[in-house]
Ligand binder design. Structure first.
Ligand SMILES: [Zn+2]
Ligand SMILES: [Zn+2]
Length: 234
């Protein structure tokens, strides 16, 4: 029914996903979070008819291959317009510090001499969205329905993708709780992410959760802990 291929890219080992119906030949596909390594992603994408590039949000580790892939694949960029502000903040951080913000990993990366910087040979995203998603929207990939669901909190325009019992949650929901929110990060919102997480955990318990970094989990595994996360406040 669904084919999903995980490609791990960039300085935070971001999970980029290629989602397609399980059909022979070159099925229509959506690429989620082309975070870096455009040549690697383009090679993987050659097995598909890529009909869109979707960003769950605009933190740099999810978008650094967006512009070159949009150009080489001639595919539209899909995302939430609130993410332009996030991307502007990412570029401001780069201009001010000389490296990208990597959330709680930034200090460690800088200390070990691996401060995250974009490849100067790869064009940065120009901030343009060909399709803006502001409410839950269903795209068709051949016979496969792909629902794009606003899940704000980690960032104001964070999106989650649902298809055939699989949730691609970006940095909204991981094994062990919601993604990063903190008063230190002004575009994040703990109350909002908890509302989003509670919404996602209403899917059937066998639904697979594929986060933006690291291993998968399931709705049934995570659902019992939601009040624990609420009480701890992160
Ligand atoms: Zn993020
Ligand atoms: Zn991330």
């Amino acid at each position: 029914m669904i084919r999903c291929e995980r490609l791990v890219v960039g300085y935070l080992d971001t999970n980029c996903w290629i989602i397609a119906p399980d059909l022979p030949g070159r099925p229509p596909a959506l690429i989620v979070d082309p975070g870096d390594d455009p040549d690697y992603l383009a090679a993987a994408a050659a097995s598909y008819d890529v009909v869109g590039l979707l960003i769950t949000h605009a933190h740099a580790d999810h978008v650094l291959a967006l512009q070159p892939l949009a150009e080489s694949l001639n595919a539209p960029i899909i995302g939430h317009p609130a993410e332009r502000e996030v991307w502007t903040a990412e570029l401001d951080h780069l201009a001010k510090h000389g490296y990208l913000d990597a959330g709680t990993a930034t200090a460690d990366l800088v200390a070990t001499g691996n401060a995250p910087r974009p490849n100067p040979d790869v064009p940065l995203w120009n901030g343009h969205l060909d399709q803006e998603i502001q409410t839950t929207t269903t795209l068709k990939l051949g016979p496969l329905d792909v629902d794009i669901i606003p899940t704000p909190g980690h960032s104001p325009g964070s999106l989650t993708v649902h298809a055939a019992g699989h949730l691609f949650t970006g940095d909204t929901l991981f094994p062990g709780g919601p993604g990063l929110t903190s008063p230190v990060y002004p575009l994040t919102d703990f109350a909002a992410i908890m509302t989003s997480v509670r919404n996602l955990l209403t899917y059937p318990e066998h639904t697979t959760i594929h986060p933006g970094h690291g291993p998968d989990t399931t709705v049934g595994t995570e659902r019992p802990y939601v009040e624990t996360w609420q009480a701890r406040g992160w």
